[in-house]
Write a protein that binds this ligand. Structure first.
Ligand code: GLN
Length: 587
């Protein structure tokens, strides 16, 4: 069967063809190329970072790219996943709750993504079952092949059509050999067959172990797992080897030899200081050219566009390397043992620090251990503090103690989502005389429910998905500090993920005690950003939104910029004070 016959047969859904693959309207086979990244040996190798860096260097050449993460789990989205086990839940502008890798893609590509860029097995199977009920499979028994794999291919092609993309970057979750992703691998194998030569570039991301007892890199686990990939009919075009140290020539040669991949297509990808160094490292190794060659895309690259975007990127890296005068920011949360739970906040701090030429050091403060008695001592070394998003009762008292300390001692503060609600609770209790004020999330019988469930979320409660999600416009008060920080913008767009809000009946009282709600929903009903006057505090800002999600290396979020700048002044003044103190004793 030649390629034309294959194209002609896919898209047919008659009773007697075995080539059932429906095509999205407007899709021409071969119109788009695919780079498919599969993990081997183990998970946690930074497949998303690798894949997004690769996408970035192709985007730099003027190509339109669209990433997609295919998750093996049966959840329909990441909304119910525990951040302690799976890392933060990243929220897209359209409200999709997804894997943290989507954050990496948005930051690396400086591009807003949508629900089309993220799929789980739960979504794939649901769609197949819905189609079956509608009779769309024409009386056929519905099977993993061709129907479930057909649904995967449909989704990939739909993404290509709707985003008018040149190259789709497919990241398959898990590792080769997992039961969960076996049908994804089958689907991309079929895709490559159907789309024809030069349409798909398979990249095996692997891991080279270096057992301390041997003190030597070993390629066997990588070899064996790549074989597993070949056993399902996928021959990698490129092998990228993760390792702590640069991978030796000997190991690269072995992998080339055992996997039929020429040595110049086997790359070392060892640990670096910031993920934003990886695109340049891949470019230096020539992976971009290898991908273009494999996909027959050399004619499409635009050298002028590439030079410009490289210059912007390298400006960021130059600033990053030059950043000095460290400040210390404390993050007070309950998942402090796993950094992935706060991945976007760490990134947003890096963006803001780099912009100011300041190295931000992060210290983790476990809110479950904080009390009014120990808070001064625990926050002694920090120049600014963040209370991030969170849910439930655990650690709340410690967070309230932390805000109180920051407010009373002029310690720069940024509250994000739960950190915004905690700031309101603390202010109500200690500045408005509303003893025992709280949130109905924490205590249903609080005497002063200053934070209460949003009426629209209450109505949704019975449906399960009762979170206010996604990008929302915020009307900014023109006379506020926030307005200045956002360059005088009357409206800013940030992303949300919450159920509770400031109860409207308390707003007047809070404002007359000095809390300014300077960002509100356009209808003025929902309080979204607050600040304290700079006469009372150098930097006390909080937002109901997750400002960290939309900070980008080349476009840092202004609230983070403000925090880092204020922390620097705080550090300098502390320094000044202690120097003065030293002089006094010396005299
Ligand atoms: N628990 C709070 C709410 O649901 C805050 C949510 C968050 O921090 N993401 O409103």
């Amino acid at each position: 069967m030649n390629q034309e016959d294959i194209f002609a047969s896919i898209g047919e859904s008659t009773e007697d063809t075995e080539f059932f693959t429906s095509l999205p309207p407007g899709y021409r086979p071969g119109q788009c190329k695919f780079v498919i990244v599969v993990g081997t040996v183990m998970s946690g190798l930074g497949k998303g970072i690798f894949s997004s860096s690769l996408a970035r260097i192709l985007q730099d050449k003027g190509l339109a790219v669209a990433p997609i993460k295919l998750e093996g789990y049966l959840n329909r989205d990441s909304g119910t996943l525990n951040p302690y086990r799976h890392g933060e839940v990243f929220v897209l502008d359209d409200g999709m709750e997804c894997d943290m890798d989507l954050g990496t893609y948005e930051r690396m590509l400086n591009q807003n993504l949508t629900r089309l860029n993220f799929t789980t097995s739960g979504q794939i199977f649901s769609r197949v079952l819905e189609k079956e009920r509608k009779g769309e499979y024409l009386g056929r028994d519905v099977q993993m092949i061709p129907h479930v794999t057909g649904e995967v291919k449909y989704h990939l092609r739909q993404l290509a059509v709707e985003t008018k993309t040149d190259v789709v970057f497919v990241e398959i979750g898990g590792t080769a050999g997992d039961v969960e992703n076996a049908y994804y691998l089958e689907a991309v194998r079929e895709l490559a067959f159907e789309e024809g030569p030069s349409s798909c570039c398979f990249v095996a991301l692997t891991y080279v172990v270096e057992p301390p007892s041997l003190g030597e890199q070993k390629s066997k686990p990588a070899q064996l797992n790549i074989k597993q990939l070949m056993a399902v009919g996928i021959m990698p075009h490129i092998i990228a080897c993760r390792a702590t140290k640069p991978v030796t020539r000997k190991v690269l040669e072995k992998l080339a030899m055992y996997s039929n991949v020429p040595i110049d297509r086997v790359f070392s990808m060892h640990d670096v200081e910031t993920v934003y160094l990886i695109p340049e490292a891949l470019r230096e190794d020539g992976i971009d050219e290898t991908v273009l060659e494999t996909l027959d895309l050399k004619a499409k690259k635009n050298a002028q566009v590439e030079a410009q975007s490289r210059a912007r990127w390298s400006d960021y890296l130059t600033r990053y390397r030059a950043a000095s005068s460290p400040v210390t920011i404390g993050i007070t949360g309950k998942y402090t043992s796993l950094r992935d739970s706060y991945a976007s906040i760490i990134q947003a701090l890096e963006h803001a620090g780099t912009h100011h030429g300041i190295k931000v050091e992060i210290v983790w403060i476990d809110s479950t251990e904080l009390t009014d008695q120990n808070v001064a001592e625990r926050l002694k070394g920090v120049d600014g503090v963040i209370i991030p998003g969170g849910f439930g009762v655990r650690g709340v008292d410690g967070k309230i103690a932390c805000v109180k300390y920051a407010r009373e001692n002029g310690l720069p503060y940024l509250g994000l989502c739960y950190g915004f609600q905690i700031a309101v609770i603390e202010f109500a209790r200690n500045m408005c005389g509303l003893g025992g004020a709280g949130s109905t999330e924490i205590d249903a019988n609080t005497p002063h429910p200053v934070i209460d469930i949003l009426p629209e979320q209450r109505e949704l409660a019975s449906l399960g998905g009762n979170m206010r999600l996604g990008g929302q416009d915020i009307a900014v008060a023109s006379d506020s500090m926030i307005s200045k920080m956002y360059g005088g913008a009357e409206s800013v767009r940030l992303r949300f993920r919450h159920r509770y809000e400031v109860a409207p009946q308390y707003i007047k009282q809070l404002e007359s005690a000095g809390m300014l709600f300077c960002g509100r929903s356009p209808d003025q009903r929902i309080m979204q950003i607050l600040e304290l006057s700079t006469n009372d505090h150098p930097y006390f800002v909080a937002t109901q939104a997750h400002a960290e999600l939309t900070s980008r290396p080349l476009r840092p979020d202004p609230m983070f910029l403000g925090l880092v700048a204020a922390a620097k002044s705080f550090a300098d003044s502390k320094d000044g004070q202690s120097k003065k103190g030293e002089r006094v004793t010396a005299d």
